[in-house]
Unconditional design. Structure first.
Length: 148
């Protein structure tokens, strides 16, 4: 039985990191449509289907960087978890931050997991592969909402 294609929102301001994540997903044949946005305001526009994102899908999973322009990832996480239409979406914090306060606060705000991006390229690729192995292979997501 083939698993359904997931919708993933990648909120990442680093073009190099976003490109690497997408490349690893392609190599691993991740069964997902990935949309990349570059800042926190754009992330919220996508999630709330505002401006140029009026027909955007509601993602099954969000990969969220913390250190974003315009609105940082901490604010985005908080807004998502306060919104009854969005708060059930699993959110993976994927950041360079190693701050114990960030870890504690993100879990307090109900992040699904907190992953620090390694500086070493090979280790970074390994981390993304491990996300693929767990989130796209082992995790069961809720069914798509039915349209009446």
């Amino acid at each position: 039985m083939k698993s359904r294609k997931l919708s993933v929102l990648l909120v990442e301001d680093s073009r190099a990191d976003a490109r690497l994540i997408l490349e690893v997903f392609k190599e691993e044949s991740v069964n997902a449509d990935v949309t990349v946005v570059r800042d926190g305001e754009e992330a919220m526009d996508f999630l709330l289907k505002r401006r140029s994102f009026k027909g955007a899908p509601t993602p099954n999973l969000i990969l969220l960087d913390l250190n974003l322009p315009k609105k940082d990832g901490r604010e985005v996480l908080s807004e998502i978890k306060q919104n009854t239409h969005l708060n059930g979406i699993p959110i993976i914090i994927l950041t360079t931050s190693q701050s114990e306060d960030d870890v504690a606060n993100c879990y307090k705000l109900q992040a699904s997991c907190f992953v620090t991006k390694p500086i070493d390229l090979e280790k970074f690729v390994d981390v993304i592969r491990s996300l693929d192995e767990f989130w796209f292979s082992a995790v069961k997501f809720p069914p798509e909402p039915r349209v009446c």
